[in-house]
Design a protein around this ligand. Sequence first.
Ligand SMILES: [Zn+2]
Ligand SMILES: [Zn+2]
Length: 192
Amino acid sequence: MENFETLLERSTKIHGHICAGQVIGVRMSMIGLREIGIEDPKAQRKEFYVLVEIDRCATDAIQTVTGCSLGKRSLKWLDYGIMAATFVNLKSGKAVRITALEESRETSKKYCPEIGDKYKQQLEAYRIMPEEELFKVQSVAITVPEEDMPGRPMRRVQCEQCGDWVQDCREVIKDGKALCKPCAFGRYYEIM
Ligand SMILES: [Zn+2]
Ligand SMILES: [Zn+2]
């Protein structure tokens, strides 16, 4: 794997700015990959999978370091609003969930006290803080559903209400009818 500085530089470029989220995301990804035994994320791209629990800055860093993406189905986004991600080795089954510790905002104050600006100080501190002060790492077991794996869709079904086509077993059976989720549970948009 490439070193921290190289990865941070790349993620900063892709994300558009340097921020605490980039430092956290790069470090989190390096630990996650190490813990599940992925040494070369590019060469081993089909051997692992990442689930992110928030759509904020660090998520871009995770995408940069791991090479995982929504479009490749190697990245899943769960809208929990939690600064955490789970790294899964699809071959060995080993998985770790890593959470950024809220306390690290406080703990970081003992590092780089010479920097007056709070955000700059945090940014520098997060680079050098020992990982146990920044993250909680849990070993977890996770079953990746077959319909979530890359490759051809397992199934394509037409919604019996609106006519939209639904792939990857995301249809819902309601009163004996195959429906898309918007028709079954309500939609996020209103047709004008
Ligand atoms: Zn950012
Ligand atoms: Zn529908």
